[in-house]
Design a protein around this ligand. Structure first.
Ligand code: GLY
Length: 281
């Protein structure tokens, strides 16, 4: 039995925006789905897109912390969910991404503290259902032991913090642009989270939808650029920054205790209305 009261998608979005506003973030409107000035992207694929030049140090804003609920489409390019639609309970190419951002202000410690506090104290998720992933390092960038230690410091059990490679735990917007190691929060949606036979580590980034990623915290430290010979280079950003992304429909599925995003109040009415137009169930 899940132990929290159900919240609508609108209530969750509002709670996220106001929580971060209380913590010094400016609420910024979602940018359009077609990026205004970025030939590297066909569609907006993450909350950080509208802040790309701020991360790169090419643009200054009158705030150093922002929070958004960004409309995104992932249907091609580096982040492509198209092939997953119909196969999983959690991909639908168009979605809203809740994100908090720091432009050279706070970094890993506060990003992790805010994420824990929002999930555990504000949304009141059961700790026993939470898992965390950190970058285990490779030839280019070392392991993120700091993120592991910080999750444990805020209250995660050490056996719930797992290391993964570049595919999962190093985030970049596209082939070029701001990037860095990232750390994800995963949530077990099955019965009996205290049963180690059911709530298992191999389901984190593993098969099925019972344990799913709900939030990604990117520690923006680098810019990836392409050299004239076609190779890529990594250079440090002017200031380490934070970019996070939580799928609104995923956290709504968690809070509403339904098994797929399609059953949340954010999507179900659209499916029902379409079905009524088509006169099918
Ligand atoms: N920019 C963070 C994410 O898309 O996961």
């Amino acid at each position: 039995m899940l132990k929290f009261s159900s919240m609508t998608g609108n209530e969750i979005r509002n709670k996220f925006l106001t929580y971060f506003e209380r913590n010094g973030h400016k609420i910024v409107a979602s940018s359009p789905l077609l990026p205004a000035n970025d030939p590297t992207l066909l569609f907006t694929n993450a909350g950080m897109n509208q802040f790309k030049d701020v991360f790169l140090g090419n643009e200054k804003r009158d705030y150093k912390r922002a929070v958004t609920s960004q409309k995104c489409i992932r249907a091609g390019g580096k982040h492509n969910d198209l092939d997953e639609v119909g196969k999983t309970a959690r991909h639908h190419t168009f979605f809203e991404m809740l994100g908090n951002f720091s432009f050279g202000d706070y970094f890993k410690e506060d990003a992790i503290k805010y994420a824990w506090e929002f999930l555990v104290d504000e949304l009141k998720l059961e700790k026993s259902r939470l898992w965390f992933s950190v970058f285990e390092g490779d030839d280019e960038v070392g392991p993120d032991e700091e993120a592991r230690d910080l999750w444990i410091k805020v209250g995660a059990s050490p056996d719930r913090v797992l290391g993964f490679g570049r595919k999962v735990n190093f985030w970049q917007m596209g082939d070029t642009g701001p990037c860095g190691p990232c750390s994800e929060v995963h949530y077990y949606m099955g019965d009996d989270p205290l049963d180690p036979q059911k709530n298992r580590a191999e389901f984190v980034n593993g098969p099925g939808d019972t344990t799913m990623e709900i939030w990604n915290l990117v520690f923006m430290q680098y810019n990836r650029t392409q050299n004239e010979d076609g190779t890529f280079a990594l250079t440090p950003l002017p200031a380490p920054s934070v970019d996070t992304g939580m799928g609104l429909e995923r956290i709504a599925a968690v809070m509403q205790n339904v098994k797929t995003n399609y059953e949340t109040d954010l999507i179900k009415p659209i499916v029902e209305y379409t079905a009524s137009l088509a006169k099918v169930k």
